[in-house]
Design a protein around this ligand. Structure first.
Ligand code: GLU
Length: 481
């Protein structure tokens, strides 16, 4: 790269950013960081009717959450209208663009007619050759025109895409598209080309769906006498069912992943692998490694598949890589909002600090933490009493095991994991039970579940009093079975 790299993320605030948008942002950011270039944010807010309130804030917030810091911007196209108007004027004076006075109604009829005749859609160039007089008449009628590009009627537009290679479009398949709308706002095509030029963008990395717009952009660059940037169109993202990723697949606003307890560092790693890979096997690539190894050569043309199970697995890996303190801090808000209301607030941070190492091993998301840790906090455990009677156990055996355990635990002076283990292992032998049988009934009695963090540590954190109380309740339930 002899010229310093300048890339941009150019979202339209027509909705909240989803996985696809953010994957585009991430690839641009990684590309900029890899080459020591600049990452620019540009808000393409020229579609006044489709603007969604609050979308800009959510877009920027999402970038911040993921740590995708930008070097310039955010620029807003709505504040740069004069620049696009000037470009449009220049194109008109050069004979590369023209005013079009067609009414929406006429355009609609034209479209219907094209459908009826099975013709390709596109403007029929009705206003392309209006005479001076005809134009003056339209103006006198008070019609505000749009400006259309005068697309060459023959020839080809070719360019080399960094991912797709040589791409060729026949010019006669490109209609005279609108540059400036009647409200004075530019279309995406005009604004994008003018800005990419003025902002000295060297590489346009964007979703594959824009590939068919690129010949129009190339024609505009040519007509305006601008040097075009290089283009790289990123592969589509599909859901697990191979349909284009949509809301149905959980392709909701990226901020919802934060609410569901995904870590930004896991999200970045996961998104980077949607269309890019280091090799055929490496999955865990923290940010710095992504920056070091990112390149367009390893971006594939094959659609990427969004796999929720993989995201959950990866998030679990990143959760286990956190220090206990970091994990605790991140889990706190989820505990606070996820534990039942009857649990007394504020939660005790000392108590939580003891619990979190046990949960960190098992949680795949921060949102799961409250559920996994709930039994540490609630007064009354909710479980089916039959769970107390494990495999090849009977009501009598379970009762006897709990009774004896209760007595011995009551006598135990030091209630830590080692002492508990040293006491409970031989007790199983004494009772003629397998350790799994004794530990199983104890686990259900003190946690209310059959699967929980390691038993001795769990009991030690719960404390003697709480364990005895829960065993008492369990015995009661067994009696009443
Ligand atoms: N505003 C377009 C979008 O929302 C940008 C496309 C491009 O990057 O050129 O995706």
């Amino acid at each position: 790269m002899n010229k310093s790299v300048r890339v941009r993320f150019a979202p339209s605030p027509t909705g909240y950013p989803h996985v696809g948008n953010i994957r585009t942002a991430l690839f641009n950011w990684l590309f900029a960081r890899h080459y020591g270039g600049s990452f620019i944010v540009r808000i393409e807010d020229t579609d006044v009717a489709r603007k969604v309130k609050g979308a800009v804030e959510v877009i920027l917030d999402s970038l911040c959450w993921l740590g995708l810091d930008w070097d310039e911007g955010p620029y807003f196209q709505s504040q740069r209208l004069e620049l696009y108007r000037e470009a449009a004027k220049r194109l008109i004076s050069q004979g590369d663009a023209y005013y079009c006075y067609c009414s929406p109604q006429r355009l609609e009829e034209m479209r219907a007619e094209q459908v009826r005749r099975k013709q390709p859609p596109g403007y029929d160039r009705h206003c392309r050759n209006l005479s001076q007089k005809e134009r003056a008449e339209k103006e006198a009628e008070g019609i505000t025109p749009v400006v259309r590009f005068q697309t060459p009627l023959s020839g080809q537009t070719k360019f080399s895409d960094l991912i797709w290679g040589e791409v060729v479009f026949e010019n006669d398949t490109i209609d005279d598209f609108v540059l400036l709308k009647s409200d004075g706002y530019p279309t995406y095509h005009l604004a994008s080309v003018v800005d990419d030029h003025l902002m000295e963008i060297t590489h346009v990395l964007r979703a594959e769906e824009w590939l068919s717009s690129t010949p129009r952009h190339r024609l505009l660059y040519q007509a305006l006498g601008f040097e075009p940037p290089q283009f790289a169109h990123l592969p589509m993202i599909l859901g697990a069912d191979r349909a284009k990723l949509s809301k149905r697949h959980g392709a909701v606003s990226i901020t919802e992943y934060r609410e569901q307890g995904y870590l930004p560092e896991a999200m970045v790693n996961f998104l980077a692998l949607l269309g890019w890979s280091l090799d055929d096997k490496t999955e865990i690539l923290p940010e710095q490694e992504l920056i070091n190894s990112f390149s367009l050569e390893r971006v594939s043309r094959t659609a990427a598949v969004f796999n929720r199970d993989k995201l959950n697995w990866m998030n679990g890996v990143y959760i286990r890589r956190l220090s206990v303190e970091d994990f605790t801090q991140r889990a706190l808000p989820f505990l606070d909002s996820g534990l039942p209301p009857e649990v007394k607030r504020p939660l005790s941070i000392e108590y939580i600090r003891q619990i979190m190492p046990l949960i960190q091993e098992r949680a795949r998301t921060l949102a799961e933490v409250a559920e996994l840790a709930q039994f540490f906090f609630v007064d009354k455990l909710d479980y089916a009493p039959s769970l107390l009677i494990g495999k090849s156990m009977s009501q009598e055996l379970a009762t006897q095991a709990l009774e004896t355990a209760k007595q011995r635990l009551g006598r135990l002076e030091v209630f830590d994991a080692e002492s508990l283990e040293a006491m409970l292992r031989p007790l199983a032998v004494e009772l003629g039970l397998k350790t799994g049988q004794l530990f199983g009934v104890l686990r259900v009695a003190v946690t209310g579940r059959t699967a929980a963090p390691p038993l001795f540590q769990t009991m030690s954190v719960l404390g003697k009093e709480q364990c005895l109380k829960r065993i008492e309740t369990a015995l009661d339930r067994l009696h009443r079975l």
